[in-house]
Design a binder for this molecule. Structure first.
Ligand code: GAR
Length: 212
């Protein structure tokens, strides 16, 4: 069984989906630590309710970002994690950190990457007049939101939509696709090699699995 750490900053809806999938035996893994950079993140409460150890790393307690990332990395190594899952961790990680865990860090980003990297993706899609939006699970590399894409889910945007409508639709997809990708990883079906993602030894297309 693989050991998983999950990094969060907020509500933890994705974390909850992963907790549930582990408890249901759908993921061949155990969350050994939930790490947050925000003391008030509701995800910490979710972890405690599920009896999962938590760790808080606040920026104010470190001299700089790199020192904070080094402390988090040390913690991840201490708990001997096989997989690092970013689930709404809203702080950019240093190159040193992402390279230290290369091939075993996943992120979920609320856009159809490579479109709309960074923040406010819903607003950006709406303002650009898009008729669809979505979410992407990808391997993490030093360049922000740019690692190999594993799986995407699309949702429609309707003319009368507000940001909250699209967000709700996207989040409903996220809690389906993130546990699935983690399941693939924890059963050794999913690998990253030379910046590319492979499922069952097959190179995944640029936009991930089953993106026709
Ligand atoms: C998710 O929608 C995730 O895609 C997004 O944060 C949200 C966290 O929600 N991540 C990013 O924007 C990363 N760039 P949650 O805390 O309820 O899972």
């Amino acid at each position: 069984m693989k050991k998983i750490v999950v990094l969060i900053s907020g509500s933890g809806a994705n974390l909850q989906a992963i907790i549930d999938a582990c408890q249901a035996g759908e993921i061949n893994g155990k969350i050994v630590s939930v790490i947050s950079n925000k003391a008030k993140a509701y995800g910490l409460t979710r972890a405690k309710k599920a009896h999962i150890p938590t760790a808080l790393f606040e920026r104010k307690n470190f001299a700089n970002n790199l020192e904070m990332d080094r402390a988090i990395a040390k913690h991840i190594e201490t708990v001997e994690a096989d997989l690092v899952v970013l689930a709404g961790y809203m702080k950019i990680l240093s190159d040193e950190f992402t390279m230290r865990f290369a091939g075993k860090i996943l992120n979920i980003h609320p856009s159809l990457l490579p479109k709309y990297k960074g923040l406010h993706t819903y607003q950006q899609a709406l303002e650009a007049g898009e008729t669809e939006h979505g979410t992407t699970v990808h391997f993490v590399t030093p360049e922000l939101d740019s690692g190999a894409i594993i799986l995407q889910a699309k949702v429609p945007i309707f003319p009368e939509d507000e940001v909250s409508d699209i967000e709700e639709r996207v989040k409903a997809q996220e809690i389906q696709i993130y546990p699935l990708v983690i399941k693939w990883f924890t059963t050794d079906r999913l690998k990253e090699k030379n910046g590319k993602a492979y499922l069952d030894g097959q190179l995944l297309p640029e936009n991930g699995y089953a993106n026709e």
